[in-house]
Write a protein that binds this ligand. Structure first.
Ligand SMILES: *Cc1c(COP(=O)(O)O)cnc(C)c1O
Length: 225
């Protein structure tokens, strides 16, 4: 099996001193591999696809905190609403409203992060600064009782130019600080989710509170994402 225990222990040690939460990104990986990392003490796992997530959730220990980190379609929210711990990839008001509706059915309040588009690449989902201000104003005016907006998530450009990555993370941190001061009932910013296998050290230097790491822990993935 491809789980890299040494890398995992090293990351946990790195993050511990900074009080940063590790989400182990297990997309495309088997339940056996996930169980192996779970047995090392890991409780937070991240997935990108609804069907894959629901299948794994049904087979794995119930104290795993499942993070949804991929693009989420409104018609699939109901499948993860009963158990999902944190939806990190909210990229529209419509999606937030659907999460609210499904959460209500299950009598839950679902924690969400708003995904911000910080990379220069066209392919990444997320709000820009203006849209972010708009959506926060909207939920401030008409609160959604069954969601809780806990912060922001962003992905930096996929590049070797670490200076560029640093600038993008710094920008996200600045937005986070701006809205951290807001006191809306269902919106308290506490989580800044940024940093992946290739850039998590920079993300931590720039103020990340949560990193999402896949390939460093589980080994490289087959091309799909
Ligand atoms: C796949 C993925 C990750 C993890 O990427 P690695 O480079 O394997 O660490 C983190 N965040 C999101 C949103 C992802 O889709």
């Amino acid at each position: 099996m491809a789980v890299n225990r040494e890398a995992y222990e090293q990351i946990v040690a790195d993050l511990g001193s900074h009080r940063v939460t590790l989400v182990a990104v297990s997309k495309t990986k088997s339940v056996e591999e996930i169980k192996e990392v779970y047995d090392l003490g890991q409780k937070d796992f991240g997935e990108n696809y609804v069907q894959e997530l629901t299948e794994k959730q049904s087979e794995l220990p119930k104290d795993i905190r499942w993070h949804f980190i991929g693009h989420l379609q409104g018609n699939k929210v109901k499948q993860i609403a009963p158990f999902v711990h944190l939806i990190q990839s909210v990229d529209s008001l419509k999606l937030l409203q659907e999460i609210n509706k499904q959460a209500k059915k299950f009598n839950r309040v679902i924690d969400c992060l708003l995904q911000v588009h910080i990379a220069q690449e066209e392919t990444k989902f997320g709000f820009d600064e203006r849209e972010l201000t708009q959506i926060l104003a909207t939920i401030s005016d008409s609160p959604l009782a069954n969601i809780h907006v806990a912060g922001l998530m962003g992905m930096a450009s996929f590049t070797d130019d670490m200076n560029k990555v640093k600038i993008e993370f710094r920008y996200l941190k600045r937005l986070f600080e701006q809205y951290e001061k807001w006191t809306i009932d269902n919106c308290q910013f506490a989580i800044l989710s940024m940093g992946m296998s290739g850039d998590y050290q920079i993300a931590i230097e720039e103020g990340s509170t949560m990193v999402r790491i896949g390939s460093l822990i589980f080994g490289a993935r087959e091309a799909r994402n």
